[in-house]
Design a protein around this ligand. Structure first.
Ligand code: GDP
Ligand code: MN
Length: 376
């Protein structure tokens, strides 16, 4: 699970990494109070489990407590990449001299961790990584050895970070190990005008397999959870919200994952992962469709079914009956293949819904759905 920034910074602080003073709230009035307590001028930051808040207008400076209240009012309720802002962090502002990027991430393929660091951190790190990869150092970390002071010094040196960051790099590794995290990221880690090194942002992904041995409990069904995911969980669906515009429904986790890849390969971004499983009854199809259609980012829906034990005509029946209960508001591209595909296609053709079209190949259907989602 991903932690919120304020949860990540709590872990950082416990492990001796300096973070600015801050409090969180869901109320603009309280934001004003907090600003008054911590010195007037503050940064108000949306708490959502996604990055790019700065660029989305979810991180703003406020000059005084009254401005903090106003700013909190603007940011609360904002939708950032499909996540509704329910709380804001009101933090002491920091005078930034330099912004760095540091992270440790599990490299599953190599069976190791990877330290990624750059002296050019901040909101444009993705662009830096894409256009000037030499500005981003990548150092493998042996999990058994961990990050010693010597390793940290090598990472800092490779990335061109000042020696003062070495201690933070060691402590950040301790966070990863102690908390059973798969990812810890600080962007930006800043050098302040008075020479301190401070973590201004934090992203931590915990390994859910280690939940049983974690001392700390996180409320995983809190209101900050994505509302679509909550709705899907309530219906027993295997749904994960993503950032794109093509809704995806398929049968079988493996097929759905390759569907995400193929849609991405066609130049569009998947809006979700949804595996309706083997049975794919009309009810499950209707539930799935209604969750996917409720996502305002979705511009087309791709239903990708390979009939195995469940025959395609049964799935097609499910889709047709789902169309009776769910009002289709966006184009639906359906690919049926495998067991009884011809009969399944005939069933859908018989329904002749104006927003439903069939494409017989997975690549062709993905490309059609991508086209529908990306052309105005
Ligand atoms: P993100 O866009 O979701 O990664 O949110 P961040 O927490 O990284 O904030 C975005 C940007 O806001 C940072 O890269 C900083 O440049 C800026 N920022 C955040 N906190 C402060 C602060 O205390 N002082 C100043 N001057 N800028 C800040
Ligand atoms: Mn950031």
């Amino acid at each position: 699970m991903d932690l919120y920034e304020h949860q990540a910074r709590e872990l950082f602080a416990e492990h001796g990494i300096v973070v600015p003073r801050a409090e969180i709230t869901g109320s603009p009035k309280q934001a004003r109070e907090i600003a008054r307590r911590i010195g007037g001028r503050v940064v108000v930051k949306a708490q959502v489990r996604t990055g790019g808040r700065g660029k989305a207008g979810g991180v703003k400076l406020a000059a005084d407590p009254a401005a903090a209240e106003l700013t909190a009012r603007q940011i609360l309720g904002m939708n950032i990449k499909g996540h509704t802002v329910r709380t804001v962090m009101v933090a002491q502002p920091v005078d930034i001299a330099e912004e760095f990027y540091v992270s440790y991430v599990l490299d599953r393929t190599a069976g190791r961790f990877l330290a990624i660091a750059s002296a050019e951190g901040g909101m444009d790190i993705e662009e830096v990584a894409a256009t000037r990869p030499e500005a981003v150092a990548r150092i493998p970390v042996d999990p058994a050895e961990g990050v010693t002071t010597a390793t940290a010094a090598r990472i800092a040196d490779a990335a061109g970070l000042p020696p003062r960051t070495v201690d933070v790099l060691v402590r950040l590794w301790e966070v990863l190990v102690r908390e059973d995290a798969l990812l810890v990221e600080v962007n930006p880690l800043v050098r302040t005008r008075d020479g301190a090194v401070v973590a201004l942002d934090g992203k931590v992904t915990l390994d859910d397999n280690a939940r049983f041995r974690r001392a700390r409990r996180y409320d995983e069904d809190d209101s900050g959870h994505d509302p679509l995911e909550a709705a899907a969980t309530a219906k027993g669906l295997n749904y994960v919200k993503l950032d794109g515009e093509v809704g995806i429904i398929g049968n079988g986790a493996g097929l759905v994952m390759s569907t995400l890849d193929v849609v991405a390969g066609c130049g569009a971004r998947p809006a979700n992962f949804l595996d309706i499983g083997g049975g794919a009854s009309a009810q499950v199809m209707a539930d799935g469709l209604s969750v996917v259609l409720a996502d305002p980012s979705v511009r087309s829906v791709f239903v990708n079914v390979f009939g195995g034990i469940t025959a395609c005509d049964a799935v097609a029946d499910g889709i047709v009956r789902a169309l009776d209960t769910v009002r289709l508001t966006k184009p639906l591209v359906v690919r049926l293949d495998g067991n009884n595909a011809a009969r399944g296609r005939a069933v859908l053709d018989g329904r002749a819904h104006p927003l439903v079209e069939q494409v017989t190949t997975m690549d062709g259907a993905a490309s059609r759905a991508a086209h529908l989602a990306t052309t105005p």
